[in-house]
Every structure is written in structure tokens, then in C-alpha cells.
Ligand binder design. Structure first.
Ligand code: G6P
Length: 609
């Protein structure tokens, strides 16, 4: 969840490192640092706080040099202070940055202390630096020493190190935390995400699990975990440079909310032909697996989990097969029972979430037919480790609170539901009806976006509140959950979602004039039930904000503010209702003055458990 950048070039690398960190800051942002080789030694600057603090420090005391590593941190072991910021050093020569968690750090720390190493931070990372220093006594090259070091580590790491005594190279290692090498002309770069390197290269090589590499100005040497040389070509990425630019929007979150009509259109592109769904990339084998599929097990975290819950309603309604949904951190550690002929599905924006990856790895021994990932990152671990991939085409999402990736997941999950259905005899008319709804989705989302100013006004009613309750029924219940998650993530207002039918079983006790209740009320078969729930809240003095279909005949009245939503198709209504609720969270956060794109304590890609 932290960000790593490294560079080896003829030119000074400090600007490249800082620009790379800025681009990765959405992954972790509580402290940052660089170490650059200059004049025979490694010089280091670190700062608590955002990358801008580090940038200012470097502006005051520049370090010139053609070899350097940098890191932006999201604290796991040790507080977010300067002494715990990376790079960490061993003696005066080794500097090292690390993403992930070293589980056996305590044991290694004791061993290294007994050998005379002095620890200057509370981090697990520092043990890797000292281990590498120790191994260098036994091995000639930095690469051999790093490979030996990795054998001592338990846990997850993406790590990069430099040595003042061998300044013609940096070395990298990957296990459970991604690393990419970028190639320039007479220069090479490394990063935990290719986004960091887009200003300097488009040619990338992803390290695979267990690999280590030596990166020089004139080339790289790549070894597998047994120390055998591996040959792999660099690939040219077509990712857009401006993906990390806010354009005219005040925040990435707002930009990404407004991108949703085109994200949905992109996700559908080429997958609907003549009113039918074709997902060519899944291949013929997928159709065979779908034919045999008698149940689905979906695993995800956070917003992706909420997308999975919506899919459950679709799958059980249209396919009439069980669809189990579970949070990855629960699934991975409990004894689970697999329904025979089940397909295992992960959903992940980043494709690097540690718990989801661990669940996938566990599932491989649990007798599933196959694994499929619905993922937004084509080069991610989740994609590499799954049998089938359905790519959501949301593009790079920078805002820590997920918005466009969620709608792209929902669209993809609906396409997947139809694809599985087709292999199992879903009626053609049903497929056509869903396809029609999907085709109208970009324009329905656009209509919701056109109401942004009205939601901005509505948001004032929430900004002074400390709690908010969200209610929904059926397939809108997970949308209420996602809305509550969004509000708490970006505005820091405590928010809870309930299936409206559960109101009497607890949350009704909380209703008073100080806690707004937001209701998601499309005109579906549950509307009348929902109207009763609205009355239950109103008669207890609660104030209600109802996002309702125009035809739902819910009027503004004492205690009830109605916000009209235009959604003509029941199946895609969860996606349309998501949009005004995202906007609501965004505008409340803006009024409250929070750090919308980088909310406190959160990170975009949770690569540690
Ligand atoms: C973090 C992010 C969320 C995301 C969740 C799962 O908590 O802040 O936005 O939903 O991780 O991430 P994934 O990349 O697996 O979808």
C-alpha cells in the first residue's frame, strides 16, 4: 500500500523520484523519503506528512545523483514519523525501501542485534536492510546478497535497495507486493505501479513472484527464486498519461464520478453485439466451465464487496443458482465448505488486495471448478493468478474512495451473469431486456450527473451531522451499504446501512432529529414496503432524504425531502442510484473540508492484511 520509485540514469534522478512519488501518493501518504547516491555516499532526506513536505525539503537541500530510491508510506509497523519513514539504512552504505509486511521481523531483529546491528526505527523494514548488509559479507554481488536475504524473510515484500559501494546498480525483489521495471534509453526505473513512471517510459517488465533483479544503466539481470536467470521481454503499455491529471475538476473523486458514463460505455464496448452479450476474452473454456457451474462463491473487500452483494441479487434472480458472497479476510481464515461445481470469483479494483489474493490462493485447494477475477488492473497479481479474467475498464482510479471502479464492476458483473446464463440456457428475451437496460445506462448516469448542483445544495443538511442511516431493500440494500461506506470514507461522518426491513430490529431506536436517514427508493416491487419504513422513521421525528423514482409518488412533506432519480430499468437501477449517492458524499466532504482524494488513515490498495 505504500509507493516505491527507483531510478538509475546518466541524469539527476531526484525530480523523477519525487514526481513518481506524487503519482503514487494515493496509495500511501503519511510520510515519504528519498536516498540518492552522491559523491561516494548515500544521502537521505525523509519527512513525516505528504510528498509535498519532502519536495520542499529537497528544494532547500537538493541532492544531485544518477541513482536513487524513494518511498511514500502508509504506516503498519511504527508510527508515521520521520524516523520510521523509508528509505531505511544499514551502516552508511545500504539504503532500502519496502512495501508489505515482514512477519518474522521480531525474530530477525533479535538475531541482527546480537550481531551488532543498531535499530533506529520501529519498522519491520529495517530488518531487511540489516539482513542485506549481513549477507553482503558472504556474497560478492548485491543481487546474490538480496536473493539470500529473501530466503530469510517471511511475509510480503516488494523491495528496492542500493549500496554506496556498488553504485552502478539497484536491486529489487518481489513476493506478494508488485514491482515493475521501466526501461528508458541508457536508464532504467523501478516502481510499485507503472503509473509512477509514465513521464519517463512506456516500456515495462513486471516482476513475478519470488523474482529478484539487478537493474543497471545498460540493462537488467532477472533471476527466479532459485537463482536461475530468467529472460522476459519488456512490453509497451498504452495507459494514458493524463490518467493522473485532475483536468478542470477540483478533486479526482469528482472527476472519476463524472467519468462514469464513458467508463460504462467502455466496459460494454465490443461485449454487446446484436443485442447479445459476447465476452470473447473469456474464451471457449469459460463457456464450458459456466455450463457446469451450479453455484458461485464471490470474494472481495470494501467497495468491491458491495458490488459482489449486488451481483448476488442478479445471479440468484436470473440464473437460479446459489451465489455466496464473503469478505476476503473472513473467508481466508475459516474452515469453509464448497458447494460442488462452484465457480470461485474475486472482485478487485487493484488486483493486489492482500486478503483477496490470499482467499484466491486458498480457493485453489478447495475444489472449485475454476477461478475468475473481475479486475480493473490488467497487469495485477489477481489477473495473473486467476484462470479467467473479466477486465473492468474504469481506467486508472486515483481517488482512494472508489467510484467509477464500482460502477464498472457492477456493469461487468451483470455481463458476467448473462454470460453464465447463456451457457445455462438463459432465455433470449431476458438477455435482450438486460442488454437494452445496459445500453441506456450511460445516458441514465449522465442525467443523474446533470443534477449535481441540486445534490450539492442537499449536502448542506448533512455536514453538521455526526451520524447518518442509509436504508434500502433488495438489490438496493448493497447500494445503501456502498453509500454509507462512501460517506464515512470521505466525510468522516459515521454512517450505517440497513436493509429497511431490519429497521424495527434495532436502528429505529436511534432515530431522532439529529440523525438523517437516506432512503434508496426506486419504483420496484418493494416500494410499498419501503414507504412503510419511511413512515416509521418520520413518525418518530426523523428527517428523511429519499432518493426516489419520479413515478414512485413520494412527495416532499414535513420531515421528507425527495430527490428525484430517473431510472427506467429495474435491473440497472442499482447502478443509476449509486451516482447521486456518490455525489452526496463528495459534496458533504467538500463542505467539511476533508482531504477528499486521500482520506485520513486510508489507502487505495491494501496490499497488507
Ligand atoms: C481499499 C480501498 C477501497 C477498495 C478496497 C478493496 O479499502 O480504499 O476503495 O474498495 O480497498 O480494494 P480492491 O482493489 O481489491 O477493490
Amino acid at each position: 500500500m505504500c509507493g516505491i520509485v527507483g531510478a538509475i540514469a546518466q541524469r539527476d534522478v531526484s525530480d523523477i523520484l519525487v514526481e513518481g512519488l506524487k503519482r503514487l501518493e494515493y496509495r500511501g501518504y503519511d510520510s515519504a523519503g528519498v536516498a540518492i547516491y552522491h559523491d561516494g555516499q548515500v544521502e537521505r532526506i525523509r519527512r513525516a506528512g505528504k510528498v509535498s513536505e519532502l519536495k520542499d525539503a529537497l528544494a532547500n537541500s537538493p541532492i544531485a545523483g544518477g541513482l536513487g530510491i524513494a518511498h511514500t508510506r502508509w504506516a503498519t509497523h511504527g508510527e508515521p514519523t520521520e524516523k520510521n519513514a523509508h528509505p531505511h539504512m544499514s551502516k552508511d552504505n545500504i539504503a532500502l525501501v519496502h512495501n508489505g509486511i515482514i512477519e518474522n521481523h521480531e525474530e530477525l531483529r533479535e538475531e541482527l542485534k546480537s550481531k551488532g546491528y543498531v535499530f533506529k526505527s520501529d519498522t519491520d523494514t529495517e530488518v531487511i536492510a540489516h539482513c542485506l548488509h549481513e549477507e553482503l559479507k558472504k556474497h560478492e554481488t548485491l543481487l546474490a546478497a538480496l536473493l539470500a536475504t529473501t530466503k530469510k524473510l517471511k511475509g510480503a515484500y516488494g523491495t528496492v535497495a542500493i549500496d554506496a559501494n556498488q553504485p552502478d546498480k539497484m536491486v529489487v525483489a518481489r513476493s506478494g507486493s508488485p514491482l515493475v521495471i521501466g526501461k528508458g534509453i541508457g536508464e532504467y526505473f523501478v516502481a510499485s505501479d507503472q503509473l509512477a513512471l509514465l513521464p519517463v517510459t512506456r516500456d515495462f517488465l513486471y516482476l513475478e513472484e519470488g523474482e529478484v533483479a539487478e537493474v543497471r544503466r545498460d540493462g537488467i539481470t532477472l533471476l527466479n527464486s532459485d537463482g536461475e536467470q530468467v529472460e522476459r521481454e519488456f512490453e509497451t503499455s498504452n495507459i494514458q498519461h493524463d490518467a493522473v491529471d485532475k483536468g478542470n475538476f477540483r478533486h479526482f473523486m469528482l472527476k472519476e464520478i463524472f467519468e462514469q458514463p464513458s467508463v460504462v460505455a467502455d466496459t460494454l464496448e465490443g461485449r454487446i453485439v446484436d443485442n447479445q452479450v459476447y465476452i470473447e476474452t473469456l474464451g471457449d473454456n469459460a463457456a464450458k466451465v459456466f455450463e457446469q457451474t451450479e453455484a458461485l462463491q464471490i470474494i472481495a473487500c470494501g467497495t468491491s464487496y458491495n458490488a459482489a452483494l449486488v451481483a448476488k441479487y442478479w445471479v440468484e434472480h436470473y440464473l437460479n443458482i446459489p451465489c455466496l458472497v464473503e469478505i476476503a479476510s473472513e473467508y481466508r481464515y475459516r474452515t469453509t465448505a464448497t458447494i460442488p461445481n462452484s465457480l470461485f470469483i474475486t472482485i478487485s479494483q487493484s488486483g493486489e488486495t492482500a486478503d483477496t489474493l490470499a482467499a484466491l490462493s486458498k480457493a485453489k485447494n478447495e475444489g472449485y471448478l475454476a477461478s475468475l477475477t473481475v479486475c480493473n488492473s490488467p497487469a495485477s497479481s489477481m489477473v495473473r493468478e486467476s484462470d479467467f479474467t473479466l477486465l473492468t475498464r474504469a481506467g486508472t482510479e486515483i481517488g482512494v474512495a472508489s467510484t467509477k471502479a464500482f460502477t464498472a464492476q457492477l456493469v461487468s458483473l451483470l455481463l458476467l451473469t448473462i454470460s453464465i446464463g447463456k451457457a445455462k440456457g438463459l432465455a433470449k428475451e431476458t438477455e435482450h431486456d438486460i442488454v437494452k437496460a445496459l445500453e441506456h445506462l450511460p445516458s441514465e448516469i449522465q442525467k443523474a450527473l446533470d443534477q449535481a448542483d441540486d445534490i450539492d445544495k442537499l449536502s448542506e443538511a448533512f455536514s453538521e451531522k455526526h451520524h447518518t442511516l442509509f436504508l434500502g431493500r433488495g438489490q438496493q440494500y448493497p447500494i445503501a451499504m456502498e453509500a454509507a461506506l462512501k460517506l464515512k470514507e470521505v466525510s468522516y461522518i459515521h454512517a450505517e446501512a440497513y436493509a429497511a426491513g431490519e429497521l424495527k430490529h434495532g436502528p429505529l431506536a436511534l432515530i431522532d432529529k439529529d440523525m438523517p436517514t437516506v432512503v434508496v427508493a426506486p419504483n420496484d416491487n418493494l416500494l410499498e414496503k419501503l414507504k412503510s419504513n419511511i413512515e416509521e422513521v418520520r413518525s418518530r421525528g426523523g428527517s428523511l432524504f429519499v432518493f426516489a423514482d419520479k413515478s414512485a409518488k413520494i412527495q416532499d412533506s414535513d420531515g421528507i425531502t425527495v430527490f428525484p432519480v430517473d431510472s427506467s430499468y429495474s435491473v440497472t437501477a442499482p447502478i443509476v442510484y449509486t451516482v447521486p449517492l456518490q455525489l452526496l458524499s463528495y459534496y458533504v466532504a467538500v463542505i467539511k473540508g476533508t482531504d477528499v482524494d486521500q482520506p485520513r488513515n486510508l489507502a487505495k490498495s491494501v496490499t497488507v492484511e
